[in-house]
Design a protein around this ligand. Structure first.
Ligand code: ADP
Ligand code: MG
Length: 349
């Protein structure tokens, strides 16, 4: 079996943020930037703070954003770290009683399960065991070597322990049936963008920001020169180049899911990291990338994964139900958009 794995890499941004026209000349707002790695990806912050704010205070806001992401990863979302809420919920699967989770997180979980329902299970955060069986993220990142296709029997068995409809969530009490585990990889980055937006709202010094958490991006406020934020959508065929840009003013959330970042190739076939919960295999809907644009970070991320699994036709319907916008790029390079998206999307030349 011929297998190809990408070299160890710092996951490149699926969505790159361009601030080319963000010139601050003649204005008093100051640019602040910071780059971190967390949640298995790159976090890029570009903030503008009022002229009265010192560089130090501006940097300390960026540090607070980084600390928030660190908190989300280690205390709430990570399935790897024993300190996280998700780890605790997973450990308690099948045990009597329910696990209490923080109120805000419980609301977010409720929204996630609503998208699971609305997407007919295309988004299902209970497929952790199936995701671990493939472990594409780890192989693609070079953390593991010698990829082997999982046995069909093992996939079938792992699927038996999945199914979002078998989770009980009442208020902030949650319980999983025995054997089930949660993996919030599909929604964590967008959830983080939503929480960051709340943090920025408490900092009047921030006049504008664009923050990318891997493939999820938040735009906030405005640039000093009032030109739109420009968010690049990578070309799935050549991830070094852009298929186009979204020109956005004010507050937006953008999430992209694609098959071109985290994958392994075996005998010329690509196995990527988005699993179709109905088969246990990487989704094969003909889509190469889906970008969702909307006013809620968690939802844009949840929908980007769901739409990748559903494909263009059903994905477009789902996005419209949520009154959000989407751009699909299929494996032939064709573009499909919901109404409204063309107002923001500018194809690359
Ligand atoms: P990324 O994490 O690269 O931004 P996504 O938001 O599409 O991409 O999430 C993919 C991750 O979500 C996978 O790495 C895996 O952990 C998890 N996952 C894969 N397929 C599904 C699915 N159908 N439903 C829920 N989670 C999934
Ligand atoms: Mg997603």
């Amino acid at each position: 079996m011929k297998s190809f794995q990408r070299k160890k890499y710092l996951p490149a941004l699926i969505v790159c943020v361009c601030l080319l026209s963000g010139c601050t000349k003649g204005t008093s707002a100051k640019p602040i930037s910071r780059t971190d790695t967390a949640m298995g990806t790159i976090i890029q912050q570009n903030l503008y703070v009022t002229g009265q704010t010192s560089q130090e205070d501006g940097q300390s806001i960026a540090a607070d954003v980084s600390a928030l992401i660190g908190h989300l990863e280690s205390d709430i979302l990570s399935w790897r770290l024993e300190t996280s809420q998700i780890c605790r919920v997973n450990e308690n699967a099948g045990k009597p009683g329910k696990t209490e989770i923080p109120e805000e997180f419980a609301q977010e979980m409720k929204l996630i399960f609503e998208v699971s329902e609305a997407s007919g299970g295309a988004l299902d955060v209970t497929i952790a065991d199936v995701v671990r069986l493939w472990d594409i993220d780890e192989y693609a990142a070079g953390e593991k070597a010698d990829f082997q296709l999982p046995q069909q029997e093992a996939i079938k068995k792992a699927l038996e322990d999945t199914g979002f409809e078998r989770v009980t969530l009442e208020g902030n009490l949650i319980s999983l049936p025995v054997g089930m585990k949660l993996d919030l990889g599909a929604v964590g980055k967008g959830l983080a963008c939503g929480r960051i937006e709340k943090l920025l709202k408490e900092r009047p010094e921030v006049t504008g920001a664009v923050i990318s958490v891997g493939g999820s991006v938040l735009t906030y406020g405005e640039k000093p020169d009032k030109t739109p934020w420009k968010v690049g959508i990578l070309n799935p065929d050549q991830p070094g180049s852009y298929a186009g840009y979204l020109n956005l003013s004010g507050q937006w959330f953008i999430s992209t899911s694609g098959d071109y970042e985290r994958y392994v190739e075996v005998d010329g076939k690509r196995y990527h990291h988005i699993i179709d919960p109905s088969t246990g295999y990487p989704a094969d809907s003909g889509v190469s990338s889906v970008t969702i644009l909307g006013n809620d970070g968690l939802l844009t991320d949840a929908l980007s994964t769901a739409c990748f699994v559903l494909g263009v036709e059903d994905g477009l319907k789902l996005v419209q139900e949520y009154e959000m916008m989407a751009l699909f790029i299929d494996q032939e390079g064709n573009l499909f958009m919901t109404d409204g998206m063309e107002k923001y999307f500018q194809e690359a030349e």
